[in-house]
Ligand binder design. Structure first.
Ligand SMILES: [Zn+2]
Length: 382
């Protein structure tokens, strides 16, 4: 048996109310036990000295576009490997590669290519499956998505796409007011795919009807969404006030104002999750809407439309704490156990429970990532 002891740390266990000073014992790639400072430590274990630094479960990004959206539609494997390697330095040990709206042929190729790449994927952060963001969203709330590819859900096409990605598609973001959304929600329910609402101008009533029909998550709350008005609260009002739905948001201080992050955190508590919506355009720097430019933590299209972030998930966590929206432990939970619960993988990931995978992040005092571990092996060191 191989044992590793992460000694003298501040253990950020998302299932504990407070951070705990102590050590974490890992055996054969799995969490074994938390040991308080008074408890004896096994002598045979390899020691990782934390010297008071924080130790958290590996982060999970359920909304990450990375480089794959810029790739040939049927050959995303190389970009997926590149993405999975690059996010280890941000403490991300698992993610959902996320698509954007594509025309019917493009979507078929993309889903088949990604499903195959995910099935073969071994190196770097784990690719848990695919998140389809569109094409079944609202043309009135496209964000940076190509408007011409946005279309109503049509069962024959939709089932074909979901069949091609069978087993790999874990989450679909859709607009509840788009034609066919009710059939889509029923189809996702039958298949056990997480239905998320987003890119929507739906009223509160239509949004609540979407929750009644099984939607249980809201994608990048506030962005690409109708606005909140006290007589027309829209999707935002419905989502903030309904305990059935978790929400995620892009905590970069640009996509969402810090005060709005605080308001969402107060309304949603543990049901507010953190994502990056990060894209990696590489050398080409082009989306369909034109050439992308960097602007602090975000990318913009010509004309200024936000087109995804440059945000590391570790920065999203640090920002949530700096904005006064969450404690560091709550922010860690929002990027680990929270997404794991949404995907139903909380016995394996996003947790420090005994027998869970030893996917771990060592954090410096400023919230930056010092080390990332997967299955008890160090995979990144700053
Ligand atoms: Zn989006």
């Amino acid at each position: 048996m191989t044992q590793t002891l992460f000694r003298n740390g501040l253990v950020l266990d998302p299932e504990h109310a407070e951070p705990r000073a102590g050590s974490l014992l890992v055996a054969d790639g799995r969490i074994e036990a938390f040991l308080s400072s008074e408890e004896a430590t096994p002598e045979a274990a390899q020691v990782v000295e934390l010297a008071g630094r924080a130790l958290a479960p590996g982060f999970i990004d359920i909304h990450f576009h990375g480089a794959t959206i810029f790739d040939a539609l049927d050959a995303p494997a190389a970009s997926l490997r590149q993405d999975a390697a690059s996010i280890l330095r941000h403490g991300v040990t698992a993610f959902l590669p996320t698509t954007i709206a594509l025309d019917p042929a493009g979507l078929r190729h993309r889903v088949e290519g990604l499903a195959a790449a995910v099935a073969d994927h071994k190196e770097g952060a784990a690719a848990l499956g695919v998140h389809l963001e569109g094409p079944w969203i609202s043309a009135n709330a496209p964000g940076a998505q190509p408007p011409e590819a946005i279309r109503p859900y049509e069962p024959a096409e939709g089932r074909d796409v979901l069949d091609r990605g069978e087993g790999a598609i874990r989450m679909v973001t859709l607009a509840p007011e788009a034609p066919g959304a009710q059939e889509l929600l029923a189809e996702l329910g039958r298949r056990g795919v997480v239905p998320a609402l987003g890119h929507t101008k739906a009223s509160a009533e239509v949004t609540l009807d979407g929750f009644d029909r099984g939607a249980r998550h809201v994608t990048h709350l506030f962005n690409a969404m109708g606005s909140f008005h006290h007589r027309e609260p829209g999707a935002i009002g419905a989502a903030l006030a309904d305990d059935r739905a978790t929400c995620d948001l892009i905590c970069d201080g640009v996509h969402v104002h810090p005060a709005a992050v605080r308001a969402a955190a107060r309304a949603k508590g543990e049901k507010l999750l953190l994502i990056t919506d990060a894209i990696d355009p590489g050398a080409s720097g082009e989306l369909e809407g034109g050439r992308l430019t960097e602007d602090g933590p975000v990318w913009r299209l010509p004309g200024g439309t936000l087109a995804g972030s440059r945000l590391p998930l570790s920065d999203a966590i640090a920002n949530a704490a700096a904005f006064g929206a969450m404690t560091q432990l709550e922010a860690v939970r929002a990027a680990s156990l929270g997404p794991a619960l949404l995907l139903g993988i909380e016995s394996e990931r996003g947790t420090l429970r005994p027998k869970a995978r030893a996917d771990l992040v060592v954090l410096e005092d400023d919230g930056s990532v010092a080390e990332t571990w997967m299955g008890g092996e160090r995979v990144y060191s700053a």
